[in-house]
Design a protein around this ligand. Structure first.
Ligand SMILES: [Zn+2]
Length: 210
């Protein structure tokens, strides 16, 4: 089987994301570029708990199957992002609970904590697009292009897309976003969260060289 090392890296990413509930059952999907310009992505309808390297599909940038099982139904969303954003090496698309919660409300999430700050907050909610369509990716591309520091966008009534230079980076963005959303949600339940001020943001940026 070709692309063994990419398959192993992607499977590891799947197991890690499943363990922390970023993805579950067969909802959500993860992809990464291969060394030769193709895309490795989780197969369609395979439960993450039982997934093996044989369940990783290899597609080209137009989503045509090159090797393996039928790719995730949401492949068009991933490939349109790779076609338009050459610096993106990996994508996590999650149906994580707090991402879905805020994606249902539709309002941009402010820079309320450091976890959201590293994701490039405020986090926008993209226009509605049906899952498994190219449009589901297109609605994020323009926003990502306009805001180079932004790594996470909520998909309206659906979930989130996190981009990164590689699988570890994209995982960190998806995980930080979920922790940031959960904390923000809890703060909203308890009271009125204070946003990070422009001055505080500048201070953090200087310390962390963001
Ligand atoms: Zn989805």
């Amino acid at each position: 089987m070709r692309y063994q090392s990419t398959r192993e890296q992607l499977l590891k990413a799947v197991i890690k994301a499943n363990e922390v509930d970023l993805i579950r059952l067969s909802a959500g999907n993860i992809s990464t570029r291969t060394e030769d310009g193709l895309v490795a992505i989780t197969a369609s309808g395979v439960k993450y708990r039982t997934m093996t390297t044989a369940d990783i599909s290899i597609v080209d940038l137009d989503g045509n199957l090159i090797e393996g099982l039928k790719p995730s139904s949401e492949t068009p969303m991933h490939t349109v992002i790779y076609r338009n954003l050459p610096d993106v090496g990996s994508i996590y698309h999650t149906h994580s609970t707090f991402a879905i919660t805020f994606a249902m409300l539709g309002d941009e999430i402010p820079m309320a904590n450091l976890e959201l700050l590293v994701c490039g907050a405020p986090i926008p909610v993209a226009a509605w697009a049906c899952p498994a369509t190219t449009k589901a990716g297109e609605v994020t591309v323009g926003i990502f292009k306009d805001r180079p520091g932004l790594k996470v966008i909520l998909l309206r009534k659906h979930g989130l897309v996190a981009i990164g230079a590689d699988l570890d980076h994209a995982f960190d963005m998806a995980f930080n976003a979920e922790v940031g959303f959960q904390s923000y949600y809890q703060a909203l339940v308890l009271g009125k969260p204070e946003p990070v001020t422009a001055e505080q943001f500048a201070e953090v940026k200087a310390v962390y060289h963001l």
